[in-house]
Design a protein around this ligand. Structure first.
Ligand code: 13P
Length: 250
């Protein structure tokens, strides 16, 4: 059985001081979580958040929002996988649609980042998803399958099994629109089929695939009741401790 994973993507929100406040409020609320709980905070918040969640028994794991593929070098503004590891990061979001849309992220760079993350011992959360036009034109299955297989290129079966995929339909991000339970389940099923086609059914059955896009307390139950959906990547609702804890404790 796949253990569900609920991750908050704080995006470009919260100063270190605000991060401490949010995590301290969140900690008792998710103390009995039955799923993996991750907060992907801005890099400037790592040092403030890590000590708060390091105690044994704390369910919250630290995540980052991007990683570079090189070990080090002249890449102004980027962070290497080793730097993230040294800061106590365990998970890293890769290929979020906002990075694809605004920062020139491509399937090729998503793959390079994913390989670097895995080689350093980080757990990647790789984002895939179609935009509104692609869904309307009937390309959803092709897009998500292609993005997924491109991201995983060069990985062993075991490495694929350790990768989390986040299916985030671009039209549902920050819009209040959510894919229906059935739409999300169906597309995540398509992603799993694509993985099975290349890596085999056994491997595909082990990969955790999240849904992301306006997931919140009011819709989490229905989504998480779907057999293919193994968790959520939460934007807006992860910025309020009570809301995020309600998603975690669905
Ligand atoms: P929202 O939950 O704000 O729609 O954001 C989803 C998302 O992009 C998570 O990565």
């Amino acid at each position: 059985m796949r253990k569900p994973i609920i991750a908050g993507n704080w995006k470009m929100n919260k100063t270190p001081e605000e991060a401490v406040e949010l995590v301290n409020e969140l900690k008792p609320l998710v103390a009995d979580a039955a799923c993996d709980v991750v907060v992907c905070v801005p890099a400037v918040c790592f040092a403030a958040v890590k000590p708060l969640i390091s105690k044994r028994g704390c369910k919250i794991k630290l995540g980052a929002q991007n990683v570079h593929w090189a070990d080090k070098g002249a890449y102004t503004g980027e962070l290497s996988a080793d730097m993230l590891k040294a800061a106590g990061v365990e998970y890293v979001i890769i290929g979020h649609s906002e990075r694809r849309q605004y920062f020139g992220e491509t399937d090729k760079t998503v793959n390079k980042r994913t390989v670097a993350a895995i080689n350093a011992g980080l757990k990647p959360i790789v984002c895939v998803g179609e935009n509104k036009e692609e869904r309307e034109q009937g390309y959803t299955d092709t897009i998500v399958s292609y993005q997924t297989l491109m991201a995983l290129t060069g990985l062993t079966n075991e490495q694929v099994e350790g990768t989390v995929i986040a299916y985030e339909p671009v039209w549902a991000i920050g819009t209040g629109l959510t894919a229906t339970d059935e739409q999300a389940n169906e597309t995540i099923g398509v992603i799993r089929q694509a993985i099975a086609g290349k890596y085999g059914k056994r491997t595909a059955a082990k990969v955790r695939i999240q849904y992301g896009g306006s997931m919140k307390p009011s819709n989490v139950k229905g989504l998480m009741a779907q057999p293919e959906i193994d968790g959520g990547l939460i934007g807006g609702a992860s910025l309020k401790a009570v809301d995020f804890s309600q998603v975690v404790n669905y």
